[in-house]
Design a protein around this ligand. Structure first.
Ligand code: PGA
Length: 243
């Protein structure tokens, strides 16, 4: 299975910066042995998609509403993302689960709506530091997978321990392997045999320095990269480390 290296730009990038980053990525992205995806802010998604058209770099949104259209001020539907050039969308990022109280059921509805609109969802799961210290990481994450993954799932899962996001602290190799195995088992439990084919990414302070060690760990199907995806050279170095 080809690994997926996905960049989550979060709330970063005015038009000029975003287009400069997209152009820099485009220039050096040929011949990579992995799939490569960028998720820019919605305001520049169309322009970034235009810049990357015809290149190997895929484009995605960072969130979507579960409805195709309607009275939802400020929200963006999966159809709108697709119309702007996206083929992927992140749903259930911990920053949204925490700041907007998104439940597993809401995340599942968004993922389902995304698939209906022809987008591939990246469903994020991950435990807090407290949950890990209490020995509950596997239970919490398995419940998130079971509650957030819709039937017939075609997307990928990103395992992102919340305490590792933006902190410079990467989970231990052994813990990453254990958590990825737990997620795989739950995917098979939830989806049946098709759960074997779902890629599971690791996310949380992925940087160029540790990427080659991370990406060869058993069960790791790629990486979801935040901060380091805002620098073309760093992001490409991570992509070149893909197994
Ligand atoms: P980070 O973010 O790489 O900056 O830790 C990862 C994420 O939130 O997806």
């Amino acid at each position: 299975m080809r690994q997926l290296i996905a960049g989550n730009w979060k709330m970063n990038g005015l038009r000029a910066e975003a287009l400069a980053l997209a152009s820099a990525l485009r220039q050096s992205a040929d011949g990579l042995g992995c799939d490569i995806l960028v998720c820019p802010p919605a305001t520049v998604l169309g322009a970034v998609a235009d810049t990357l058209q015809g290149s190997a770099i895929l484009v995605g949104g960072q969130d979507c509403h579960a409805a195709p259209k309607g009275a939802h001020t400020g929200d963006i539907s999966p159809e709108m993302l697709r119309d702007a050039g996206a083929r992927w969308v992140i749903v259930g990022h911990s920053e949204r689960r925490q700041a907007y109280a998104e439940s597993n059921a809401m995340v599942r509805d968004k993922a389902e709506a995304a698939m209906l609109a022809g987008l591939l969802p990246i469903i994020c799961v991950g435990e807090t530091e407290q949950q890990r210290l209490a020995g509950a990481a596997e239970t919490v994450v398995a419940a998130q997978v079971d509650g957030s993954v819709p039937a017939g799932f075609t997307g990928v899962i990103a395992y992102e321990p919340i305490w590792a996001i933006g902190t410079g602290r990467v989970a231990e190799d052994d813990d990453i392997v254990t958590m990825h195995r737990c997620i795989r088992d739950q995917l098979v439990g939830t989806l049946g045999e098709s759960g074997q084919g779902v890629r599971v990414l690791y996310g949380g302070s992925v940087k160029p320095a540790g990427a080659s060690t991370l990406l060869v760990l058993p069960g790791v199907g790629g990486a979801l990269v935040g901060g380091a995806s805002l620098n073309a050279e760093d992001f490409l170095t991570i992509a070149r480390s893909a197994a």
